[in-house]
Design a protein around this ligand. Structure first.
Ligand code: SF4
Length: 274
């Protein structure tokens, strides 16, 4: 298998990257248990602590279509990244272990997170997101280019609803439900410190509502409606909605930098930090 050079560390890797071989921030080892079925996802997630959860997510193989897609993309690569190794594995949650703010998105991008190994990293949506997080003080650096670049979140954590890059950014309902135990456990583990959940797009909004309901938080009926700037006080946490920083939204001006900054500033305010 051809090995290519990691753009930050200079170490060489095959694509996809085998667990525990030195990729920056790789949470897994060669002996991390691999979930091969929905039942195994549920049973492993149910008892994991956060470090174990991140490791087990990052080697999961429970959705055959998504495993094939993420690995095919890792092998073939976009022409502009032809000289880089691709992570080609699921993307674990990332950020602080005791966050006040959790940012929930849909799924990694095929040539973004699936390449760099970090959520929202290496694509235009992530560029927008991290620039905003940095402006309001939630990220240490303006850019998030690659695992190992020194970027870190401040008081925050990010998680995708579906942890593998899906074709056309569209996971099936079965894939969404198969992956749900991972984020459910993650939310359960960070809930004690959490004040705010920021949902990127309606998919993230619906996933956060489902996940918080599973964590025992009462969700009003009818279900609160998603919108940019939508805010719902759920008692233990507040849910905030933001348009997704996809190019579809940022190119058209549907989402502007001040609009995104306003959501994260509000999140900080709710978390008692401004
Ligand atoms: Fe596993 Fe989730 Fe990826 Fe499916 S989408 S293979 S459950 S990490």
């Amino acid at each position: 298998m051809d090995e290519l050079t990691h753009p930050i560390t200079g170490q060489t890797f095959p694509s996809p990257v085998p667990p525990g071989t030195g990729w920056p921030d790789d949470p897994a080892t060669p002996s991390t248990p691999v979930a091969e079925t929905p039942e195994e996802v549920a049973s492993l997630a149910a008892v994991a602590d956060l470090g174990v959860l991140d490791a087990e997510v990052s080697v999961c193989r429970a959705c055959p279509r998504l495993v094939k897609w993420r690995e095919d993309v890792a092998h073939t690569k976009r022409a502009s990244f032809a000289n880089e190794p691709y992570w080609g594995r699921p993307i674990a949650g990332w950020g602080e272990a005791e966050p006040r703010i959790l940012i929930v998105g849909l799924a990694p991008a095929a040539n973004g997170g699936n390449r760099t190994g970090r959520i929202f990293t290496g694509d235009r949506s992530g560029d927008w997101l991290f620039a905003s997080l940095h402006r309001v003080g939630l990220a240490a650096q303006e850019t998030s280019l690659h695992a190992g670049d020194g970027q870190r979140l401040i008081g925050a954590r990010m998680a995708a609803t579906v942890r593998c890059a899906p074709p056309d950014n569209k996971p099936t309902l079965l894939e969404r439900d198969t992956c749900a135990p991972w984020i459910r456990r993650e939310v359960q583990l960070v809930l004690p410190t959490l004040d705010v959940v920021v949902c990127l797009g309606s998919y993230g909004w619906d996933a956060a509502l489902r996940t918080l309901a599973d964590a025992g938080i009462a969700i009003p009926k009818p279900k609160p409606k998603f919108g940019h700037g939508a805010e719902v006080d759920l008692g233990e946490v507040t849910l905030l909605g933001s348009y997704h920083p996809s190019q579809q939204n940022t190119f058209t001006g549907r989402l502007t930098e001040p609009m995104l900054d306003a959501v994260f500033s509000r999140a900080l305010e709710l978390a008692g930090d401004s």
